[in-house]
Design a protein around this ligand. Structure first.
Ligand SMILES: Nc1ncnc2c1ncn2[C@@H]1O[C@H](COP(=O)(O)OP(=O)(O)O)[C@@H](O)[C@H]1O
Ligand SMILES: O=c1ccn([C@@H]2O[C@H](COP(=O)(O)OP(=O)(O)O)[C@@H](O)[C@H]2O)c(=O)[nH]1
Length: 339
């Protein structure tokens, strides 16, 4: 099988290409400063311009590299044993970042409870036996759900791929049309998983949150999901292990840091495409922007990237760009020259 492997420039752990850059952790974004010393006469017009929004991926542009990246769904797979905290952390992620959470287990449970589904009984038998439902069923549900969102969405796909069948199914049907950003794996010792699931079972109403189904789910996790994680790692997909055994808040801090690094890599890629293609110039026919471009301000190397939720700032030696994540898409909303 083959898997869509992010290129080094997308890979947030691979620092080789960006080794000369300085990385900063998330911080508060200070108020915008629209001061351009070399362009005082343009200042008023510049301010007016800056209050508008530039959609970098829109416009009748011939720059397909930018367009292609912008319009492709991106996925982050989320794995871990039953009770590792996948669903809990995904819920936190979507509170802070503009992603869509798709729990494949939830999609299967919903399908099972649909009286008109031909697969309801089959799904129930797989769930209570702790086995993995054939990918033809689970992937159809995932595809159907994904198609209801804009093509540029970033999806958190929770609980998938958890078997070789899942992985080959995804790889053959989805890897050309989706970009895999990363795989998050929540590691947690079995005794902790067991106590969490039994506690969850008191209120979840799930037919598999009991000790007998749980033992089978653990077996499946060891024999099918862990080998899939190894395959993903060996194939070069960015896999990030996060310790899931700490408190919810501690796990969230690690998760947030990982997501922020991922988003930084996304932003750097956008800026690199922008710089290399002169894309902005094509989209916004504006003399001030043109003078910025002619001065080479857009080509300054990226010195700092700060991400805070849906907002991010990229600072170079000569300027700053403020980006916003909307519907999974980065929009550059402001720019300024360095003072
Ligand atoms: N870090 C944590 N510490 C303690 N309990 C947790 C933690 N993360 C999740 N839980 C609880 O453990 C149970 C399983 O978490 P959940 O996110 O549903 O796991 P998963 O989706 O991986 O099966 C839930 O009842 C949840 O509230
Ligand atoms: O891609 C998937 C995801 C889930 N499941 C089934 O759904 C169950 C519950 O998965 P979920 O991710 O909801 O919960 P977890 O067991 O990780 O807590 C699993 O044991 C499997 O039987 C499946 O077959 N394929």
């Amino acid at each position: 099988f083959s898997i869509s492997v992010p290129s080094p420039s997308n890979s947030f752990v691979s620092h080789t290409r960006h080794s000369s850059r300085r990385w900063y952790s998330a911080g508060t974004i200070s108020p915008f400063q629209f001061i351009n010393k070399s362009n005082h006469n343009h200042q008023h017009k510049l301010k007016t311009y800056l209050s508008t929004t530039v959609n970098l991926s829109g416009g009748a542009s011939s720059e397909e590299r930018v367009e292609g990246v912008a319009r492709q769904p991106r996925v982050i797979f989320v794995l871990g044993g039953p009770g590792a905290g996948k669903g809990t952390q995904c819920a936190r992620i979507v509170e802070h970042f503009d992603f869509i959470h798709l729990s494949v287990g939830d999609l299967l449970r919903l399908e099972r409870s649909n009286p008109s589904s031909a697969n309801g009984q089959l799904i129930e038998s797989y769930l209570s036996e702790g086995k993995i439902v054939p990918v033809s069923i689970s992937l159809t549900l995932v595809q159907k759900k994904m198609s209801t969102y804009p093509p540029s969405t970033i999806f958190l796909i929770d609980g998938f791929p958890r078997s070789l069948d899942n992985l080959t199914g995804w790889s053959s049907q989805m890897s050309d049309s989706c970009k895999t950003l990363s795989v998050l794996i929540y590691d947690c010792p079995l005794p902790i998983l067991e106590s969490r699931i039994l506690l969850r079972g008191e209120t979840s109403g799930r037919s598999d949150d009991n000790i007998s189904s749980l033992k089978k789910r653990f077996m499946t996790f060891k024999s099918e999901t862990i080998p899939v994680v190894k395959m993903l790692e060996e194939s070069g997909v960015e896999c990030v292990h996060i310790s899931g055994e700490n408190t919810l808040e501690e796990v969230w801090i690690s998760t947030k840091n990982v997501i922020e690094e991922l988003l930084k890599a996304e932003l750097i890629e956008r800026n690199e495409l922008l710089n290399s293609g002169g894309h902005l110039k094509e989209i916004v026919d504006d003399d001030i922007l043109e003078s910025f471009i002619n001065q080479g301000l857009w080509k300054s190397p990226i010195g700092e990237v700060e991400v805070e939720g849906k907002r991010a700032t990229i600072k170079g030696e000569e300027g700053r760009r403020i980006w916003e994540l909307r519907d999974g898409e980065w929009w550059m909303i402001h720019f300024s020259c360095a003072e």
